[in-house]
Design a protein around this ligand. Structure first.
Ligand code: ACO
Length: 330
């Protein structure tokens, strides 16, 4: 039998209805639409409603996928959820989703790798499929960033939005799907982007609340530099080790953290700008959501066809970074 690869056979996404535009932010923050568009490329972002948590965003995305392909939830073998904003510390978001969608035969878990989470989860799911043991794996990327942002900190709150995306992995014996992944972590970057309290190191207390330690902290400039270098290096390496030229790539879907990071990475890679998927203007940085949402948009806007090479590249807190090469098989 030919080697099994993990093929993406369906996609789903969900963005909350509520839009928060740059103009809306001007009403309560010392910022401007012009500054945000110039420095980040973001125009608007979606914000979850009071009764929407990460599992709800994921479930809406998954329902779209299952209904679109007419799949019985009982046929799902595993659910992997990449997120840094789970509904709660435990049980996992995967368990909450499993119950609500009625995936009675599935197991699953959450995976924490910030903005790189989806690619880390995709590689994990890919190995499950390639082993031959699992036939249908849902890989979800979602974050409710609005739950960990300080909306009086203009350095961070303008950058993020809420959203979810999901793909279904199924085996292919014709070489379609995930060809290779190169994933990295570099813990020396931990001090530049983190959420300090609420874990075992610094449990929630009146002090942690007073000191804003339950909000995302970021040293933007440092992260920016590492992001461009990390995304470039890992993209170049994966292309080289697979003997694929940048000209062979039909679509590059980079993590959507800042349009300037995307442009610099694409320029260093010498990839044509019309091959680069951009949706940061509409959704901002949805952390683990950006790549699966990007894949959904690519399919919906017919930017990929069967047999095309697609390159996914991410960078996030940790630091975490990675690149995945796909031979599109949908
Ligand atoms: N509106 C107006 N002015 C602002 C705003 C704002 N929203 N935010 C910052 N400024 C000001 C700053 O205070 C500063 O003013 P000062 O010179 O008087 O001190 C000035 O603008 C320039 O600030 P910089 O930090 O130099 O701006 P920069 O061009 O670096 O952009 C940004 C900041 C957008 C945060 C950028 O550094 C960035 O995108 N960083 C990387 C983000 C990222 O990739 N994160 C990784 C993934 S996230 C994850 O894993 C969860």
């Amino acid at each position: 039998m030919n080697k099994l690869t993990a093929n993406i056979t369906a996609v789903g996404k969900y963005l909350p209805e509520k839009k928060l535009t740059n103009k809306d932010l001007e009403n309560f923050l010392d910022t401007s639409d012009e500054w945000i568009q110039d420095r980040t490329g973001i125009h608007t972002r979606r914000i979850a409603s009071k009764n929407e948590a990460t599992s709800d965003l994921c479930i809406n995305a998954i329902k779209e996928l299952l209904n679109g392909k007419n799949i019985d939830p009982n046929d799902i073998d595993a659910i992997i959820v990449a997120t840094v904003t789970p509904d709660m510390m435990f049980p996992s978001t995967a368990c909450i989703i499993q119950k609500k969608i009625g995936a009675n035969n599935a197991w699953g878990f959450d995976l924490s790798a910030a903005c790189s989470g989806f690619l880390f989860a995709l590689e994990t799911g890919s190995q499950f499929i390639s082993s031959g043991r699992y036939k249908k794996v849902l890989v979800v990327g979602s974050d409710t960033m609005s739950s960990i942002l300080n909306y009086s900190d203009r350095n961070t709150c303008i950058l993020f939005g809420d959203g979810a995306g999901v793909v279904l992995l199924e085996p292919s014996n014709k070489g379609f799907g995930i060809i290779d992944s190169k994933l990295n972590i570099d813990g020396t970057g931990g001090e530049y982007l983190y959420l300090k309290a609420g874990g075992s190191r610094l449990p929630t207390s009146i002090e942690t609340i007073k000191n804003n330690h339950h909000f995302l902290y970021q040293e933007g400039k440092t992260v920016f530099k590492y992001a461009v270098r990390g995304m470039y290096n890992v993209s170049k390496d994966i292309l080289e080790r697979n003997n694929i030229s940048v000209n062979d790539i039909k679509l590059f879907i980079p993590h959507q953290a800042n349009k300037r990071i995307i442009d610099s990475t694409a320029k260093k890679l010498k990839i044509d700008s019309n091959k680069v998927l951009i949706n940061i203007d509409k959704y901002a940085n949805t952390t683990a959501g950006t790549i699966p949402i990007g894949l959904y948009d690519a399919v919906n806007e017919k930017k990929v066809s069967k047999g095309d090479y697609v390159l996914l590249t991410v960078f996030g807190a940790g630091f975490t970074f990675g690149s995945t090469l796909i031979k599109w098989g949908l």
